[in-house]
Design a protein around this ligand. Structure first.
Ligand code: BGC
Length: 460
């Protein structure tokens, strides 16, 4: 047989298995879309429910951060739950929680009920951020894992953009905020329904002693019986894992470096300021000298589009050039643009040319985030941990991410008032320098390696 003929069945099987992975990643990715939609939607909806319920600024802050706190807690618990009950079952429950939250918010007749609805939605967001990336990473073949897990980030950015557009569409509808919150039920239903058709992660099954089922699912999703090598690696990692992991295992000496990488990236992803732009873009843009509300909203939508497009670029590059080069280049871009942005606000609010410098800096900053810290954080925390503690550790990193998000969201407006825009953006710039050094010295390259090879790397 010629080499060409020999490689044909493998290539065919490869194409088919990828088709399954696309499907699994697309459905699971809807968890990301709900994450993005539900975090983005509040920026427009708040203008209206604040009026209907006569909320004070403080009550609004409580409303916004209630969701983030819910997310931090459930990300932490969700990791453990996914380790115990399985990835798939947890994701189905997550879809139900998203749907329940959407209904409660849409039907809220008082501020406390709306708050309860936002906390429920927050629980869904945290669970999805804890379980979706791990599920996708565990069903994907190593050579495609980078871009398939990045579908999660892509869905987040599409969700944010969708939320901006829905907010815009319902601005002039009476009680429009109810629609803004309630429409999340559509993706929640598709997500939950789709997950019931997807199989459990073979890696989780193998870890629970259900090797036969794990093997048959792996053969089905790779659409070939040539899975001995991959299954052998899974079994070896299971054998090595021994007892099922608990919280204390996360602190074991050989896991500590991976834990530090995950938590570090989680914190840096937020303290470099991305959500000040995502949540407060219209305010920043208005103070950068584009006073009309429609101009500010349009520019915000532009930011949403840049975020989506550059995530696609990152997905295209991530399995080709690798995680580290993208991470270091993107964070480099964030450092420069935060520097320029701070400079543009120097003195007073920017006017004339300087307004454009500010707006372009924001766009390039978001683009730099979208090729680097955005997708790569969620990808790395789904792939760098050993099977034994994978979801718990991912949950811990996700919880740190939400906690830092909460901190930055709570302090941004205060910082602007207290130390001014220039110093605030430079502060995020200094954090970005920290993020670059951290990534340069501590983040490993995982491109093309199986999850089990990555696990062996940490053991060494
Ligand atoms: C972050 C979110 C952020 C989003 C923006 C995600 O990776 O975790 O906090 O809002 O990217 O695209």
């Amino acid at each position: 047989m010629t080499a060409d003929a020999a490689s044909r069945p493998a290539a065919l099987a490869g194409a088919q298995s990828r088709r399954f992975v696309y499907l699994a990643a697309a459905f699971a990715g809807l968890g990301g879309l709900l994450f993005g939609y539900d975090t983005g939607v509040i920026s427009g909806a708040q203008l209206f429910f604040v009026r209907d319920f006569s909320l004070s600024t403080f009550a609004l802050e409580v409303m916004v951060t209630g969701g983030l706190a819910g997310a931090a807690i459930s990300a932490l618990l969700g990791g453990r739950l996914a380790d115990r009950f399985g990835r798939r079952r947890l994701l189905i429950v997550t879809a139900l929680i998203f749907a329940a939250g959407a209904i409660v918010c849409a039907a809220a007749i008082s501020a406390p009920i709306l708050f309860a609805g936002r906390v429920i939605v927050g629980l869904g967001i945290g669970l999805s951020s804890g379980a979706v990336p791990v599920y996708i990473s565990e069903v994907s073949p190593p050579e495609a894992r980078g871009w398939t897990v990045s579908l999660f980030q892509l869905s987040i950015t599409v969700g944010i953009l969708l939320a901006y557009l829905v907010d815009y569409a319902f601005v002039n509808v009476a009680g429009g905020w109810r629609w803004m919150f309630g429409l999340a039920i559509v993706p929640a239903a598709i997500f939950g329904f789709g997950m019931t058709f997807l199989p459990e992660s073979p890696r989780w099954l193998a870890g629970r002693g259900r090797g036969e089922l794990a093997r048959s699912i792996l053969a089905r999703i790779r659409d070939t019986n040539h899975i001995d090598a991959e299954f052998g690696e899974i079994e070896a990692s299971v054998a090595h894992a021994g007892e099922h992991g608990n919280w204390r295992d996360l602190l074991l000496a050989n896991l500590r470096p991976a834990l530090i990488v995950g938590i570090g990236l989680a914190v840096f992803q937020q303290i470099t300021g991305i959500n000040t732009v995502i949540y407060y873009a219209p305010t920043i843009i208005q103070s950068a000298g584009i006073p009309s509300a429609s101009g500010a909203i349009l520019t915000t939508a532009g930011i949403g589009v840049v975020n989506v497009l550059m995530t696609v670029v990152s997905m295209w590059l991530i399995d080709r050039v690798g995680r580290r080069p993208l991470l270091l280049t993107g964070i480099g871009g964030m450092i420069v643009t935060l520097g320029v942005l701070g400079w543009a606000f120097h003195g007073a609010s920017p006017t004339g040319m300087l307004s454009w410098v500010a707006v372009i800096s924001i766009m390039v900053y978001v683009a730099s985030f979208a090729i680097s810290l955005g997708p790569i954080f969620w990808l790395l925390i789904a792939e760098i941990y050993p099977l034994k503690v994978r979801n718990s550790a991912e949950g811990v990193a996700a919880a740190f991410n939400w906690g830092s998000n909460l901190l930055v969201s709570l302090t941004f407006l205060t910082l602007l008032q207290g130390i001014g825009a220039t110093r605030t953006f430079w502060l995020y710039g200094v954090c970005a320098i920290g993020a670059w050094l951290f990534s340069y010295y501590l983040v490993p390259e995982t491109k093309g390696q199986t999850l089990e090879q990555i696990e062996a790397f940490w053991r060494k």
